[in-house]
Design a protein around this ligand. Sequence first.
Ligand SMILES: CC(=O)SCCNC(=O)CCNC(=O)[C@H](O)C(C)(C)COP(=O)(O)OP(=O)(O)OC[C@H]1O[C@@H](n2cnc3c(N)ncnc32)[C@H](O)[C@@H]1OP(=O)(O)O
Ligand SMILES: O=C([O-])CC(=O)C(=O)O
Length: 378
Amino acid sequence: MTTTIAKGLEGVLFTETKLTFINGSEGILTHLGIPIQEWAEKSTFEELSFALLHGRLPGADELARFDAELRANREVPAELLSVIAAYPKGVHPMQALRTAVSHLSLFDAEAEDTAAEDRYRIGVRMIAQFSTIIAAIARAQDGQEIVAPRADLTHAGNFLYMLKGSEPTAEEARLFDIALILHADHGMNASTFTAIATASTLSDMYSAMTSAIGALKGPLHGGANEAVMDMLDEIGSVENAVPYISEKLDHKEKIMGVGHRVYKFFDPRSRVLRDYAAHVSEKQGKSHYYQILETIEKEIVDRLGSKGIYPNVDFYSGVVYSDLGIKKSFFTPIFALARISGWVASVMEYTANNRLLRPDAVYAGAKDQTYPELSDRQ
Ligand SMILES: CC(=O)SCCNC(=O)CCNC(=O)[C@H](O)C(C)(C)COP(=O)(O)OP(=O)(O)OC[C@H]1O[C@@H](n2cnc3c(N)ncnc32)[C@H](O)[C@@H]1OP(=O)(O)O
Ligand SMILES: O=C([O-])CC(=O)C(=O)O
C-alpha cells in the first residue's frame, strides 16, 4: 500500500469557512463573497473586522457600535507600557510584540475564559490594543515618549498618530486603512492555522494570538515584507536588479515577495498595492525602490510565470509603508495589526464547531531496537 504525504499540508482540507475564498489560478480573493478590490475601495478596516467576526456586513448602527467598542478599548495597562519601554533596544519588533501580547494576558482577570463570548470580547479588545502596543514598541525603540491613543481618530489614523506623534493627513490615514484591509484575512495561511491549532486544544485567546504572531514572523510568511525591503537595499540600483535576480535564481535561492502556496497567478492584493506604490512613487518623483520592484516583477513573470510564480502581497507593501514613514522592521508588526482580525474571526469560527487539530506523520525511523547501555554506545 502506498501512502501519500501532503508535504506542507498542501491541499489538505481540514474545516469549512464562510469568511474567505481564494481562487489561486485566477488570482481571485473574496471576503463574504465580495472581491478584495471592492473592500479596499469602499470599506474600512473596522467594517471588514466586523464582517469577519460576525460572518455578515454590519448595519449602520451596528458598525457605529463596533467602531465605538474598538475606540473604547485602545488603552493598555500602564504597567505593560513600562515593560515595553524597558525592552532591550535591539530586539526585533516582532519579538517585542509576541512578548507584549503574552504579557497583556497577565492584566486580564478573564484571560483564561474560553466561552465564545469571552473569545469575542478578548478578540475585539486585542484588535484595538495591538495598535497601541505596536506603536508603543516603535516609540520606545526610538527612545521617544509613548503616545496615548485618541478616541476621535479612525483605527488607521490613530495608529499613525501614535506612531509619529502627529495627526496623519486624511490621505495617509486612508492609504494605511486600505493596507490594513488588504492584509486582514487570507484563509488558512500558516499563522491563522497556527492560531486555530492552539485554540483547538481549548487554550485561551492570548495563547492563540501569541502563537500566530510567532508563525507570521517567519520570512516565508509575513516576515517577507521586511525581507523584500532588505533585498531592495541589497540591490541598490535599478541597473543591478536583473543581474541580482539572475544570480539568486542560478543558485536556486528564493526571491522574497514572490511565489505563493495558493496563488499560481498574480495575488490580487499585490495588484492593488502596486497601484498605490506607483502613486506614491510618482509623488516622490519615481522612487528607486518602486523602479527596482517593477524590474524584478517583469523578470520574475518572464522567467518563473510559467511555474506559477508571481508577486504576492508582500512585494509592494513596503514601498507604501515607507512613504507613510514606517521603518522596515515594523512592516511585519503592521501585518499582525491587520491580520489579528482574521485570526480572531477564524478562531471563533473554528471553535464554534471545535475538534482538536492533530495530523499524523508516516513513521520512517528505526524499529525493533533494544535499549543500549550508555557504556555500550559508540
Ligand atoms: C503573506 C504571505 O505569507 S505571502 C508569501 C510570503 N513569502 C515569500 O514571499 C517568500 C518567498 N516565497 C516562497 O518561499 C514560496 O513561494 C512560499 C513559501 C510562499 C510558498 O512556497 P511553496 O508552496 O511551499 O512552494 P515551494 O517552496 O515548494 O516551491 C515550489 C517551486 O517554486 C520555486 N519557488 C517558490 N517560491 C519561489 C521564490 N520566491 N523564488 C524562487 N523560486 C521560488 C521553488 O524553488 C520550487 O522550485 P522547484 O520545484 O524547481 O524546486
Ligand atoms: O495565504 C497564505 O499562505 C499567505 C498569505 O498570502 C497571507 O497570509 O496573506
